[in-house]
Design a protein around this ligand. Structure first.
Ligand code: S3P
Length: 172
């Protein structure tokens, strides 16, 4: 473990990459707390992510994400933090994420991602365009940012929560 880092594991990656399920599993294994930025934002804004996007727009949501990440610098410890799929898009957020802990990019192929997201109505960015096209287009833009933001990349296709959690613990 890198002793200069705070004792947190930060999970980043595209929607459907398993950040929340892996995060909950990993936190139990490590006896860490589990937190999820989307849930923290919904509590803080007293609204769903869908409604925040609809009523206040994506830029507003991104500002709330950055503010939350800034505030978490004070005091977050022994925590697995799962983050929204757009969190690493801002340069400022990428820096804050690395300062907050050990950043793990959970990566899944486009095919796995589409399979996992089929039928999902909770994610505003997935509405409209055909799902496969949308995922392909967003992944192309985002993968370089996820790679830049991460200390470690883990492929999640065909791996169980247990296997992924063990890989993260070994790397941490
Ligand atoms: C988003 C991902 C979502 C949520 C919001 C925007 C994105 O989180 O933050 O809908 O831009 O990729 P999950 O990755 O947990 O689905």
């Amino acid at each position: 473990m890198n002793k200069s880092l705070k004792h947190n594991i930060i999970l980043i990656g595209f929607m459907g990459s398993g950040k929340t399920s892996v995060g909950e599993h990993l936190a139990k294994m490590m006896n860490y707390r589990f937190q999820d930025t989307d849930l923290l934002i919904e509590q803080r804004e007293r609204d769903t992510i869908n409604q925040i996007f609809r009523n206040k727009g994506e830029e507003y949501f991104r500002d709330v994400e950055t503010n939350l990440l800034t505030e978490l610098q004070n005091g977050l410890n022994n925590t697995v933090l799962s983050t929204g799929g757009g969190m690493p898009l801002r340069e400022k957020n990428r820096k804050l994420l690395k300062e907050l802990g050990y950043v793990v990019y959970l990566r899944a192929s486009k095919e796995t991602t589409v399979k996992r997201l089929r039928g999902d109505t909770s994610r505003p960015l997935l509405s409209g365009e055909e799902l496969g096209e949308k995922v392909k287009r967003l992944l192309k833009v985002r993968i370089p940012y996820y790679e830049k933001a991460a200390h470690k990349i883990i492929m999640t296709d065909d791996r169980s929560l247990e296997e992924i959690s063990v890989l993260i613990m070994e790397a941490y």
